[in-house]
Design a protein around this ligand. Structure first.
Ligand code: ATP
Ligand code: MG
Length: 300
C-alpha cells in the first residue's frame, strides 16, 4: 500500500518510456528495487514510491491525485486533457519539467500512391488513430469534416487493409511508415516525455521540498547528458583560434604544462559534442591530446 507521506510517482510499466523513466530516477540517485510483476516499488534511500502502469493511465492518476508526480508523453497528456474537457471533468496538472526522451510527433500520413494537395485532401476522409481527441481538435480548428476510426495498435496497417484512407499516429524515425508505404504529410502535435504534478494544493511541505530537490537533480541529469568535458593541449600562440572553434563551450580553464612553455592545457564544459571535423581542425592548429569525456552529474 502507498504511504501518503511518501512521494508517489507514476511511470510507464512496459513500453517506450519505461527504461528511460527508470534510468532517470536512478541517475537522480534514487535506489529502487523494481520487481517485474509488482505494481508499486519502494525506494530504499528516499521517501519515494514508484507506481508502474500503462501510460494512458498516468495523466488521470495525477489529475485525480492518486499519485503526486507522473512521467508521461505530452501526446498522452494532451489527449487525456481534451477528453476530460469534453466531458467537463476535472483536469488540473502542471508540467514541471520537459525531459530529454520520448521525442516524437503525432502526424497525418497517407499512402505513397496518393498525391497530397494540402489539408483539404482530408475532407470527408476516414482516418485511423489512437488519438481521436487531438485529431478532432486539429480538424475542428481548420474547419474540415472528417471521420475517424479508433485503433489502439498497428494503426499503420489500416490504409493497406482498407480500414481508412489515412492515419494519424506517432512517428519518431519514420521507418514504420516506410515499411507500410505511407508518407507523412502534416504534423499535428510535437511531443516529448515530461514530468507532471497535480495542480498546486500541496499541504505536505516536505513533499514540496522533495519535489524541488528532484527537479533540480533531473535538470542536472539532463544538462549533464547533453554536455561533454573537453580537455586538450593547445599552442599558446593559437589560443583564441582554438577557443573560436569550440562553439558551445564555456570559457576554458587554462593551466601550464610542466616542461613545455609553447603549449597550455585547456579544460572546459561544452553543451555540444565535439565532432570529428572540429577535432581535425583543432589538430591542424597544433592542438594535441584532445579528450572528450561524458559528464555524469552537473549542478549549476
Ligand atoms: P501502454 O501499454 O503503456 O499503453 P503504448 O503502447 O500506448 O503503451 P508506447 O508505444 O510504449 O505506448 O509509447 C509510449 C510513449 O512513447 C508514446 O505515448 C510517446 O509519448 C512516446 N514515443 C516516442 N516515440 C514514439 C514512436 N515512434 N511511436 C510511438 N510512441 C513513441
Ligand atoms: Mg498507451
Amino acid at each position: 500500500m502507498f504511504n501518503k507521506n511518501r512521494l508517489r510517482i507514476a511511470m510507464q510499466n512496459k513500453g517506450r518510456l519505461s527504461q528511460d523513466s527508470i534510468q532517470l530516477l536512478i541517475q537522480c540517485g534514487i535506489k529502487i528495487n523494481l520487481k517485474k510483476q509488482q505494481l508499486i516499488s519502494f525506494s530504499e534511500n528516499m521517501p519515494i514510491d514508484v507506481m508502474r502502469v500503462r501510460d494512458d493511465d498516468i495523466p488521470g492518476l495525477v489529475m485525480d491525485k492518486v499519485v503526486d508526480l507522473g512521467i508521461v508523453g505530452e501526446n498522452v497528456l494532451q489527449e487525456e486533457k481534451l477528453k476530460r474537457q469534453s466531458r467537463l471533468e476535472k483536469c488540473f496538472y502542471t508540467i514541471l519539467q520537459h525531459l530529454d526522451f520520448g521525442i516524437c510527433r503525432l502526424s497525418l500520413s497517407i499512402p505513397y500512391r496518393h498525391k497530397y494537395i494540402g489539408i483539404q485532401s482530408f475532407k470527408n476522409s476516414c482516418i485511423a488513430t489512437s488519438y481521436p481527441f487531438l485529431l478532432r481538435k486539429y480538424f475542428n480548428d481548420q474547419g474540415i469534416n472528417f471521420k475517424f476510426f479508433i485503433l489502439n495498435g498497428s494503426v499503420e496497417v489500416a490504409p493497406g487493409v482498407g480500414l481508412s484512407n489515412a492515419i494519424c499516429d506517432l512517428i519518431s524515425t519514420g521507418a514504420t511508415l516506410e515499411e507500410n508505404r505511407l508518407q507523412e504529410v502534416e504534423v499535428i502535435h510535437s511531443s516529448r516525455a515530461c514530468l507532471i504534478s497535480q495542480f498546486g494544493g500541496y499541504v505536505n511541505n516536505e513533499k514540496i521540498i522533495l519535489i524541488n530537490k528532484l527537479i533540480t537533480r533531473i535538470k542536472g541529469v539532463i544538462k549533464a547528458r547533453g554536455s561533454k568535458y573537453i580537455m586538450l593541449h593547445a599552442p599558446s600562440s593559437k589560443l583564441e583560434e582554438v577557443i573560436t572553434l569550440l562553439q558551445g563551450a564555456e570559457r576554458p580553464t587554462i593551466s601550464k604544462l610542466a616542461g613545455d612553455t609553447n603549449k597550455v592545457a585547456m579544460h572546459m564544459v561544452s553543451s555540444e559534442t565535439l565532432f570529428w571535423e572540429t577535432m581535425e581542425k583543432l589538430k591542424a592548429l597544433g592542438a594535441s591530446s584532445i579528450l572528450v569525456l561524458p559528464i555524469e552529474k552537473m549542478m549549476e
